[in-house]
Write a protein that binds this ligand. Structure first.
Ligand SMILES: [Ca+2]
Ligand SMILES: [Ca+2]
Ligand SMILES: [Ca+2]
Length: 252
């Protein structure tokens, strides 16, 4: 894949999506890499190569260049959608990097991801501190939405990193205003209610989106996050067990 162009689709491989076995400056940009059994990009043959705690002194294929870490990926419902990502890149000092971001329906069991839908990119310079550079980016994703964001880091000096760890996309409840007015999210009465052990919460969505459904106590504290995921349009239900909450039964 040395110097491979952008925009390839690399999918359904029995193993990793792309392996970089030797050399440096292999650039993998804006490819769709997904549904491979292994991780999306492997520098070497060892699976995920962890980042060092500080700096990036290790050597190997593509310099074993570090991948970004992401502290949050927050999707705000509305039209257009806004996806805000915060994170950090630790690497060699005073080096320019292009960070590319992707979203994915699923995460690899290694916890590091692939790159299904390319979201966009930003550029950073790592500066002189070994603690790296913080970044904040925003995208307006269109089309289908994903559950996980992943990222790569690419420098002219070393090439492209492996994919980052997956960052779960969290989102506000669906209160957006798509064309035609506010979203009609309907939550139906739980059944049974009151209940002793578990109850079923049913809701319906007029269109696909992120759903965050939590149970609060009377003091406003979150008792349980029942749902926090992307859901398709239609009717859904979630079972909630009031573990160790009340001996006399619970009323919602
Ligand atoms: Ca590796
Ligand atoms: Ca390195
Ligand atoms: Ca490294």
């Amino acid at each position: 894949m040395g110097g491979a162009g952008a925009g390839n689709t690399i999918e359904y491989n029995g193993g990793r999506g792309v392996q970089v076995l030797s050399g440096i400056q292999h650039v993998l940009s804006a490819n769709r890499i997904y549904k491979n059994d292994g991780i999306g990009i492997d520098l070497g043959t060892d699976g995920v190569t962890p980042n060092e705690a500080l700096g990036d002194a290790d050597a190997g294929p593509n310099g074993l260049t570090n991948f970004p870490t992401m502290a949050s990926a927050i999707l705000s419902a509305g039209h257009p959608l806004v996806l805000a990502i915060q994170g950090n890149l630790k690497s060699a000092a005073s080096r320019n990097f292009t960070l590319e971001f992707f979203w994915n329906d699923v995460c690899d069991p290694s916890d590091n991801g692939e790159g299904h839908v390319y979201l966009g990119k930003t550029t950073v310079n790592t500066g002189i501190l070994k603690t790296g550079v913080d970044f904040t980016v925003q995208f307006n994703p269109t089309g289908s939405t994903g559950h996980y964001v992943t990222a790569t880091a690419t420098s002219v000096e070393e090439g492209t990193s492996e994919f980052s760890a997956c960052r779960l996309v969290t989102g506000s409840p669906i209160v957006g205003t798509p064309e035609g007015g506010p979203m009609a999210f309907s939550l139906h009465s739980p059944a049974p209610n009151p209940f002793r052990e578990s109850t079923r919460l049913s809701y319906s969505l007029p269109r696909a989106g992120m759903v965050s459904l939590s149970v609060f106590d009377l003091g406003g504290r979150v008792v349980s996050r029942v749902v926090n995921a992307h859901k398709e349009a239609g009717s859904h239900s979630a079972d909630w067990a009031a573990k160790g909450l009340a001996r006399g039964g619970v009323s919602l």
